[in-house]
Design a protein around this ligand. Sequence first.
Ligand code: GDP
Ligand code: MG
Length: 597
Amino acid sequence: TDLAHIRNFSIVAHIDHGKSTLADRLIQLCGGLTQREMKEQVLDSMDIERERGITIKAQTVRLSYQAADGETYQLNLIDTPGHVDFAYEVNRSLAACEGSLLVVDASQGVEAQTLANVYQAIEVNHEIVPVLNKIDLPAAEPERVKEQIEDVIGLDASDAVEISAKSGLGIDKVLEAIVRRLPPPRGDREAPLKAMLVDSWYDPYLGVVVLVRVVDGVMKKGQKIKMMQAGASYTVDQVGIFRPKKENVKELSAGEIGFFTASIKEVADTAVGDTVTDEKRPCEKPLPGFKPAQPVVFCGLFPIDSSQFEDLREAIGKLRLNDASFHYEMETSAALGFGFRCGFLGLLHLEIVRERIEREFNIELITTAPSVIYHVYLTNGDMVEMHNPADMPDPVKIDRIEEPWIRATILVPDEYLGAVLKLCEDRRGIQQDLTYAGARAMVVYRLPLNEVVFDFYDRLKSITRGYASFDYQIENYEANDLVKMSILVNEEPVDALATVVHRARAESRGRAMCEKLKDLIPRHLFKIPVQAAIGGRVIARETIAAMRKDVTAKCYGGDVSRKRKLLEKQKEGKKKMRQFGRVEIPQEAFIAALKMD
Ligand code: GDP
Ligand code: MG
């Protein structure tokens, strides 16, 4: 197709504002699916995504649209992951197109992820068409939301398209706006091949499938190609597009988006943002702005049933096949046995991986406290990256410890502002900005990531009844007075419960953890001290009193089947326990102990 008849676009939105529903409508009108094949939210292909209503991996669809001017256009829709954890993937997906539809729920208005996503689109110079969705709702206030888009984002919203993605109202106007208001791509078909690697995934039949945006030149079956950053060469097996069903095509040329396969073994060999070129006739320079995605949050994953360790290894290996941003290495813990130390792009990413292991592979897991990467500067001048508190070097050898700080943006209705400010202050936050957008306050805080990784988002949701929206980016590393706090149960340190905390907060944190553990660990036949300590100094202590009776004592001599039942129950419960020295610690304790409230 000639460039003038191509439009490449994304949809950016806050979660739940209707991105997937709009995409479905567009596919329904211009895609290659029959009515019967059209099930809801065809783009969200993974089950977990469907259930949680989020889109993790970018997908793309080619639509064919006959516009009011009588011409037929090729529209390529790239769906972007909507969450901050996948910011780099969002950036690359956006960089593959020229324009965006900014979808805002007309009954809710601009939210934190609306801002984060639209700023990313502005950064890559997109033409942006504001779309007000859900105007069928009685609570919709399109005029007010238009004003908000102008005030808060600074975009002209006078030509915003008002739609109901649910009923289908106004979808025709969206299609016309795409053709008329978004620019066609630029590129040179005759130049050497230059294509951006937008996404890749593992398909059991095809192997690794690579999504590309061709900038210049042509990609064809049989062509020898080269990934410029990775330095690897391949021969193209298939080139094709999704409508959203897969369809092979003869070629992908400048301006177009599609996929290729090339007997690539692992997704890890295909880095998002890499430049694909022709091996014999390469382009001069790779595309700008390449950076591999780096994990920022780490935690340990251990099987509850230690005999499932090999199953876990296999599950993790399979997930990694499809997700190069997920890192892992084997770890052993005195408390939890064999497991893996895993790195994630963020908390949502962690949750998704954990849930998939539990659900798709049927392995029950113990997840240890998430940790950030600390930069530990030693007195001998070396720096070590530490992502497990258990690896903290001897304090006498440490010069200073630096931790990552984020810049967080929170939008919240006025009545909850006080509670949000308190939460941020409690987590060592430093306020940067406070402005109003209608009846909503927008606060910007600098916060240590270590105070956020654990339960900040949950807390924020609960104190604002779900009305706050939150987004963040990592800013810098800063030195602080950080110490390793150990937890001792029955006088022995439990490595999986060790954390890094700010010294000034250690005592209250330690006390809270000991109190929690006292409730979480069942009574034993003996007294159990639970202590929090920094180095050799105990800063908090609780005692779990000894149990008086055997659980079966009360039916001594009585009903045998009842006695057996009780013992069965006890055995069931025991599976969920971890023997630690002479003490059994229930698996929930490892996470629950760290929750602050
Ligand atoms: P996404 O998270 O942005 O992909 O949002 P979804 O497309 O999954 O939509 C979130 C929820 O809003 C779903 O329950 C949709 O059915 C609903 N929804 C989407 N568009 C409309 C609309 O135009 N009107 C109404 N009333 N509900 C809508
Ligand atoms: Mg969605």
